[in-house]
Design a protein around this ligand. Structure first.
Ligand code: AHR
Length: 507
């Protein structure tokens, strides 16, 4: 039995819905045959987008979607993706898989997709291979008031008279790598140039800005990058609203056929996210820039060897997603919830037929992965107020429980992951500073093994089940499982648990 203290009076801040964001790149089978099937396809679609994906996304309320890359963004001409004459080009990934970029999905199509699923748009601007003026033109094309400029008229001619609402502009992608192999000092100056001319266009006289600007942060634990970038950008007049970093926890063993050792090796790496958040944020705080440069983890996930997905390796980076990926997802989202004061957005990489995907599709077939099921289960956290959880005796990874909790409209949501792939665990949630009001509902996500995953032949090998309440709020999680408990609570109640030991500080 493991006690999880829910320290109700200790509010950690609001969980930005954007912590549950997504990433879509023009890569492999992500759009091509995945999310995008084309308007004339026999596969059910909504204006060219696969209906099963659109409907699946609607169920998990995607708050924001990042596009068009990734590395792809850094050789992308936005003009290729507007109007009726779309050039076919060698995109960033063409040399990897021989597939040319047809530009069928461009600005209008992507923003239509965001509208269909109710997500905000996060566009990544090419910093490496175009001028600040070309980037500014894209921003003007998207945001200029109807009829106000030649670019606004061009947008109207292309079917969208009213300006698009772009919530976030990312300035570059991985500029320490594919995005130009820049030094942090050089990128910081590029950021300042691009952000100044783009920010100028978005700035209103009353101080508001029509879209936020995210600067491109570090690769994993490259704290030197964060120091140099934060120092330069926060010490300038350039507008900035957030700083990204990317962290892939990689792989251990095969995507599906992995061992117990592989299981723990990968989870251990996934847990590093917490330290990364603390340390990057501490640097930002050191510069007094936390109001302007809160963290954006705009690429995260597992990165297994390709070939385990439905295309058998044809789609670049496509991989199967097992209960191991689901537990990585749950523990990562729990970390984001527990650090919602430091992280303002996160985007899992990538939505479909790629790394750590929520959907796998091929021809008319489309399934959701265990990772999708975790996003579905964690949905009530979006926009809720996080409260502190303390898991007792949580040292050893092989018996660890990952937890986070939040409250919204008087309903408490507790999400849990059993980090053990060998032992079941019973979790005893103890509410401090409030009282349970009823028995609530509990849900369990698991398969018949840690390698369990969905396929076109067995799309429900991993499903979420409602578990009947027994009046104690206790939950038993099998090995390699994720769970969610939702119970109405009455706040302000005296602490009824005074005979219990004081919770420690391990969360
Ligand atoms: O998600 C695949 C690639 O990983 C992205 O294009 C890039 O940003 C990262 O290195």
């Amino acid at each position: 039995m493991k006690t999880v203290y829910l320290v109700y009076p200790e509010k950690l801040g609001k969980i930005a819905p954007e912590l549950y964001g997504h990433f879509t790149e023009h890569i492999g089978g992500m759009f091509r045959g995945g999310v995008w099937v084309g308007r004339d396809s026999a596969i059910p679609n909504i204006r060219g987008f696969r209906k099963a994906v659109v409907e699946g996304l609607r169920r998990i309320a995607p708050p924001v979607i990042r596009w068009p890359g990734g590395c792809f963004a850094e050789t992308y001409h936005w003009r290729d993706g507007i109007g009726s004459d779309r050039p076919v080009r060698a995109g960033w990934w063409t040399s990897w898989d021989g597939r040319a970029e047809t530009n069928e999905v461009g600005t209008h199509e992507f923003l239509d997709f965001c509208g269909m699923v109710g997500a905000k748009a996060y566009l990544a601007v090419n910093v490496t291979s175009v001028t600040p003026m070309e980037a500014r033109d894209w921003v003007e094309y998207c945001t200029a008031p109807r009829g106000s400029t030649t670019l606004a008229l061009e947008r109207e001619k292309n079917g969208s008279p009213e300006p698009f609402d772009i919530a976030y502009w990312g300035i570059g992608n991985e500029n320490w790598g594919g995005g130009g192999n820049m030094t942090p000092e050089f990128y910081a100056l590029e950021y300042r140039r691009f952000a100044t001319v783009i920010g100028n266009l978005l700035q209103r006289r009353n101080g508001e800005r029509l879209g936020e600007l995210i600067c491109g942060g570090a690769n994993g634990r490259d704290y030197a990058w964060t120091r140099a970038l934060t120092g330069s950008v926060s010490g300038s007049e350039a507008p900035v609203d957030g700083m990204s970093f990317h962290f892939y926890c990689g792989t251990a063993g095969d995507a599906v056929d992995f061992s117990t050792e592989n299981w723990y090796a990968l989870l251990e790496r996934a847990e590093r996210m917490e330290d990364l958040i603390r340390r990057h944020y501490a640097i930002v705080q050191g510069y007094g820039a936390e109001d302007r440069m809160k963290l954006v983890v705009d690429e995260w996930g597992c990165w297994h060897a390709e070939g385990s997905g439905p295309s058998g390796g044809q789609n670049l980076f496509e991989q199967q997603s097992t209960m191991r990926d689901a537990v990585v997802t749950a523990l990562t989202l729990n970390i984001f919830n527990n650090h919602c004061d430091k992280v303002r957005m996160a985007n899992v990489a990538q939505l479909c037929n790629n790394l750590h995907s929520l959907f796998l599709a091929d021809g008319p077939d489309c399934i959701v992965t265990p990772t999708y099921r975790v996003f579905e289960l964690f949905r009530p956290h979006q926009g809720a107020e996080a409260i502190r959880t303390v898991v007792e005796d949580n040292g050893d990874l092989a018996s660890r429980v990952s937890a986070s909790a939040s409250v919204k409209d008087g309903v408490l949501t507790l999400t849990l992951a059993n980090c053990s792939c060998e032992e079941s665990v019973t979790v005893d949630p103890v509410l401090l500073g409030a009282e349970w009001d009823g028995t609530g509902k509990a849900y369990l996500l698991c398969g018949d093994s840690m390698q369990a995953h969905n396929t076109f032949a067995r799309p429900d090998a991993v499903v979420t089940r409602e578990v009947p309440p027994d009046g104690t709020h206790r939950l038993t999680l099998p090995p390699a499982a994720v769970a969610m408990l939702q119970v109405r609570v009455r706040s302000g109640a005296p602490d009824a648990e005074t005979d219990r030991p004081t919770p420690g500080t391990r969360g």
